[in-house]
Design a protein. Structure first.
Length: 442
């Protein structure tokens, strides 16, 4: 009996202890549990899809440190080396069509803005007039669709030409040639110079002529140099004398003059860069990020005295031009963290972040102060060079259908440069397909 009483005492004591423990835990969770849960769930993760350059990584880390415990930006890397601009565009569109909230911010080629507008959050209410005023016009103009602000610039590009100083210095009149290059050389003089250097065996002019948007950039800037537009309103104009002259020159550079290697028909920017360096090319059409790409790719500084920069050639009697490019930021309409996404975009627009991206990745800033303040112009020669180039900026048309039209045009330009079809026929076929409205399948 005593043992039984002892057993029940132990049993009831255990029940009481367990009850007290449960009650204590309940009280504790009631008082502080909600606080702990709130603290845990208060961290908002923002997924940011872009080509994540060294500069991107630095500004993401700085932003995350500033907003520790509140906002964390998670990079989604879409490197240029693995995804062409066209592939990246289609990948993003497919993802957005799925209405997934897993991407909050993504970057787009300036020219994609109208195509992506229906998938994104309008940004007009997030940016004041004074905040909008800070952006340089060529960059900010690309951020609107139907008079509504739908994107914010991240960085801007201007098309330029790099040249091999050592190769040109073999010319007895190098100094005169260098001066001419720095002040915009004409295409006639550029071809003449190429004929002089042809005997040396180096590829003379390397430009991307694959079936993609990079080829369209060359085509549009050469058209604009002749005061000609690709589109008038929503109507495409591909069979004009200026368009034929442009494509004839692109074909002749490869075949008639043999100044560009035949391989360019399969080259995008990266292949052009590698061919230019490995084959000791003379001229390379590219964008401002070439120097930093070299440093990142080869893990060493590019010898500044070896590769100089110059504006691209223009047609005699026409306009000097430099095509603007660059990338803008958009916020997905399916994001659950739009306010936090905008907070990150505003940081990317800050002087601190823009300077980091310039120094680490070579991407040009999109705010005016960098192009007018002496401290920047004196310390960053790139900015002084491009502040002059931007006065000649021309843009591809900001049309909703542009990306579809450019797919057709680039395909036929590429066929013509391959000599699979004549220039006039190529342009006529492209115009016919665009005007028909038929689905284009390569």
């Amino acid at each position: 009996m005593a043992k039984l009483k002892k057993y029940f005492r132990t049993f009831y004591f255990s029940i009481a202890a367990i009850t007290l423990l449960v009650f204590t835990v309940f009280i504790f969770m009631s008082l502080v549990g909600d606080y702990l849960l709130i603290k845990k769930s208060s961290l908002k993760k923002i997924y940011f899809a872009d080509n994540i350059s060294p500069g991107h990584k630095l500004v993401i880390d700085k932003f995350n440190e500033k907003h520790k415990g509140e906002i964390e930006v998670v990079p989604v890397d879409l490197p240029f080396e693995k995804f062409s601009t066209n592939e990246r565009k289609e990948l993003l569109i497919r993802y957005l069509r799925s209405k997934s909230e897993r991407i909050d911010i993504f970057s787009v080629d300036q020219i994609w803005v109208p195509r992506f507008a229906k998938f994104v959050e309008p940004l007009g209410n997030y940016f004041t007039a004074s905040q909008r005023e800070q952006f340089i016009e060529p960059a900010f103009e690309s951020c609107f669709y139907k008079n509504q602000l739908v994107a914010i610039p991240l960085y801007i590009d201007f098309s330029v030409m790099y040249y091999n100083v050592e190769a040109l210095k073999e010319l007895p009149d190098y100094n005169e040639v260098a001066d001419e290059l720095k002040n915009f050389i004409t295409w006639d003089r550029f071809v003449e110079l190429g004929r002089r250097m042809k005997a040396k065996g180096n590829p003379y002019y390397i430009f991307p002529a694959d079936d993609y948007e990079g080829l369209m950039c060359s085509f549009v800037e050469m058209l604009e140099s002749q005061n000609e537009k690709l589109f008038y309103g929503d109507s495409v104009k591909l069979t004009s004398p200026a368009a034929v002259r442009t494509l004839n020159l692109l074909v002749d550079l490869v075949h008639k003059y043999q100044l560009s290697p035949k391989q360019v028909v399969d080259f995008k920017e990266t292949e052009c860069d590698l061919h230019f360096l490995s084959e000791k090319g003379v001229f390379l059409r590219n964008w401002p990020g070439f120097y930093k790409w070299y440093e990142t790719f080869f893990n060493r500084n590019i010898p500044a005295e070896k590769y100089e920069r110059a504006p691209l050639p223009y047609f005699k009697g026409g306009e000097k031009t430099s095509l603007i490019g660059g990338w803008n930021l958009m916020v997905s309409s399916y994001s659950n963290h739009k306010q936090e996404a905008v907070e990150f975009i505003k940081y990317l627009n800050s002087e601190e972040a823009q300077l980091i991206i310039l120094k680490a990745s070579g991407y040009l800033p999109i705010t005016k102060n960098f192009y007018i303040e002496k401290r920047y112009l004196d310390n960053y020669p790139d900015l002084k060079f491009y502040s002059g180039i931007k006065d000649y900026a021309v843009a591809r048309p900001y049309l909703e259908q542009y990306t579809r039209y450019s797919d057709v045009i680039a395909h036929y330009l590429n066929l013509a440069i391959k000599k699979e079809i004549g220039p006039e026929e190529a342009l006529a076929q492209a115009e016919k397909i665009i005007k028909s409205g038929d689905i284009f399948i390569k």
